[in-house]
Design a protein around this ligand. Structure first.
Ligand code: PAF
Length: 280
């Protein structure tokens, strides 16, 4: 596996590959790879040339402590990437990615980036948008892989591809991978104790029963059920940041007629913040 740390070198390599008509796939990550990432690596197995980027993007953390505490497991990550025959790992420095270049950090994002996580994590999506745009410009992928757990991020990336890359990058959406108890895989799960992990899985159970109730009845029941769930979980010290039902393709508030809807949740267990969503 080729390991590249410099933007210039990565650009040169990708220009060469593009000139030779070799199709590049990109799997962007912040490292600390888990089974969720592995599902992206698996999904790309038959692609021509697969590049994984590993960059803990300071621009998308609204809290410096959270950025500093982001788990780093590079030795384990390298093993995983090699086991999936990844062709190239792009692991740039903060200087190269952030300090030496202009950023799209001030760009006005679509309204859907200001709700859910966008409301509670100021500038988070500006940071994601800016760094993924930069990665796409350096690597020029034909395909890029993202997980549905970060559903709002996925919509933003599709918006970016339409706005800046004429829809010329195919975005491959991969399903959320869950632990045995239902908790969505996330690097942040590492920061949970065993007891907290069990508590976090209760939120998923609630999403599943909510899904059943709404399917059997209709979404007008949502506000009442929502209050009940928030009350019930708060007794277990689970603090719900948001719990919403929204249209899957644009995050608009659904009407009774809308059938393509997801439930979105963000919650805290202690000081660990987690997100999840499920289709109804
Ligand atoms: O989902 C992530 O790991 C990050 O938000 C991403 C897409 C790598 C951008 O930094």
């Amino acid at each position: 596996m080729n390991i590249i740390n410099s933007v210039e070198e990565q650009e040169k390599l990708c220009n060469r590959l593009t000139d030779d008509n070799i199709k590049i796939s990109l799997i962007p990550t912040m490292g600390n790879l888990h089974l969720g990432h592995e599902s992206l690596l698996k999904a790309s197995l038959n692609d021509d040339y697969r590049i994984v980027s590993l960059f803990v993007n300071p621009l998308q953390f609204n809290n410096y402590k959270d950025y500093e505490n982001y788990p780093k497991t590079i030795k384990k990550d390298l093993k995983i990437l090699k086991s999936y025959n990844i062709d190239c790992l792009f692991m740039p420095s903060k200087e190269d990615m952030i300090l030496k270049t202009n950023h799209d950090i001030e760009r006005k994002l679509p309204d859907f980036a200001n709700i859910l996580c966008g409301k509670f994590r100021k500038s988070h999506f500006q940071g994601v948008y800016s760094i993924v745009k930069k990665l796409f410009n350096i690597i020029k992928p034909q395909k890029a892989y993202f997980g549905k757990k970060d559903f709002q991020q996925l919509l933003l990336i599709k918006y970016l591809v339409k706005e800046c890359f004429k829809n010329n990058i195919e975005i491959i959406e991969c399903e959320t991978i869950r632990e045995k108890n239902g908790l969505a895989m996330s690097s942040r799960n590492n920061n949970l104790s065993i007891k907290q992990n069990r508590l976090a899985a209760l939120v998923y159970n609630e999403l599943v029963s909510l899904k059943k109730s709404l399917k059997n009845n209709n979404i007008s029941l949502f506000p009442k059920l929502r209050e009940e769930i928030i009350r019930k979980l708060s007794k277990q010290d689970i603090k719900i940041e948001y719990l919403d039902i929204l249209c899957r393709n644009n995050l608009n508030t659904p009407t009774e007629k809308d059938i393509d809807v997801n439930i979105f949740v963000a919650f805290y267990i202690g000081d660990v913040r987690l997100i999840d969503n499920i289709e109804i």
